[in-house]
Design a protein around this ligand. Structure first.
Ligand code: NAP
Length: 239
């Protein structure tokens, strides 16, 4: 896909993987719509992109609030008139034994990691279906298909993203819309410390590895489609 003049929304663009994806796509000519809660950081990413010759705007949004998400898409429609690519990347993590993991934390993980991407897909498709094209990439996790101890809520939210991705992909393919997911292992960001504080930083993936995976998916010709990419730390067990 030629990314020039494509409008791309990246959620969780302020830090970590989302920041790396945003900069990589801007470097290929896309117009980046950066979203997250922290305006200072979003403004910093926007500045970095513009300084490197790219194009970007930011719209702050708390994915815990439905009204914020609806306002985000209303602004995209009003300001840009279309959305070509949605990267559902924002997410939170918390580990702990199922026995005493607070239900309110379970609810929060499900809300940010699953419910919000669901609403984002709904809103994006309202623009993509009439346009007859679009690409949605959901950032799941290796725990979106595996189960690790002490990650019940996070894993449940990521298994949810896996199901969401599969069903939407099947529903909208006939509308010319592609839907894929990336399932990363441990990546060197603030988030990994919440689920895998045991992992040695030097053997973690880098946010750029996930950004390159996004570029790979978007680079495929019309005739080829990759549904999912499972990308793990090379020191972890195969398959
Ligand atoms: N790091 C890993 O090891 C790893 C592995 C597999 C999958 N993943 C997935 O990759 C994605 C990105 O994670 P990361 O590692 O880059 O984490 P991160 O560095 O902690 O970044 C998380 C991003 O999500 C945003 N966010 C969090 N809560 C939000 C909310 N309520 N509303 C809007 N934005 C919110 C944050 O922005 P603000 O705080 O500014 O709102 C931030 O930009 C997540 O879905 C994560 O589950 C990560």
């Amino acid at each position: 896909m030629d990314l020039n003049n494509k409008y791309v929304l990246v959620t969780g663009a302020s830090r970590g993987i989302g920041r790396a994806i945003s900069k990589a796509l801007a470097g290929k000519g896309a117009f980046l719509i950066l979203s997250a809660r922290t305006e200072d950081l979003l403004s910093e990413v926007k500045k970095e992109i513009i300084t490197s010759g790219g194009r970007a705007e930011y719209i702050a949004c708390d994915l815990a609030r439905d009204e914020d998400i609806l306002e985000l898409f209303k602004k995209i429609k009003k300001d840009f008139g279309k959305l070509d690519i949605l990267i559902n990347n924002a997410g939170i993590a918390k580990g702990g034994s199922i026995v005493d993991f607070p239900v309110k934390d379970f609810d929060r993980l499900i809300n940010i990691n699953l419910r919000a991407p669901y609403i984002c897909c709904q809103q994006a498709l309202k623009m993509m279906i009439p346009a007859g094209s679009g690409y949605i990439i959901n950032i799941s996790s290796v725990v979106g298909i595996k189960g690790y101890p002490y990650q019940t809520a996070y894993s449940a939210s990521k298994h949810g993203i896996t199901g969401l991705t599969k069903a939407i992909a099947a529903e909208v393919q006939e509308n010319g819309i592609r839907v894929s997911m990336i399932l990363p292992g441990g990546v060197d960001t603030a988030l990994v410390g919440n689920t895998r504080p045991d992992l040695d930083k030097s053997i973690l993936l880098k946010p750029e590895d996930i950004a390159n995976t996004v570029l790979y998916l978007l680079s495929l010709p019309e005739r080829a489609m990759v549904d999912q990419v499972y990308i793990r730390r090379s020191v972890s067990k195969p398959f």
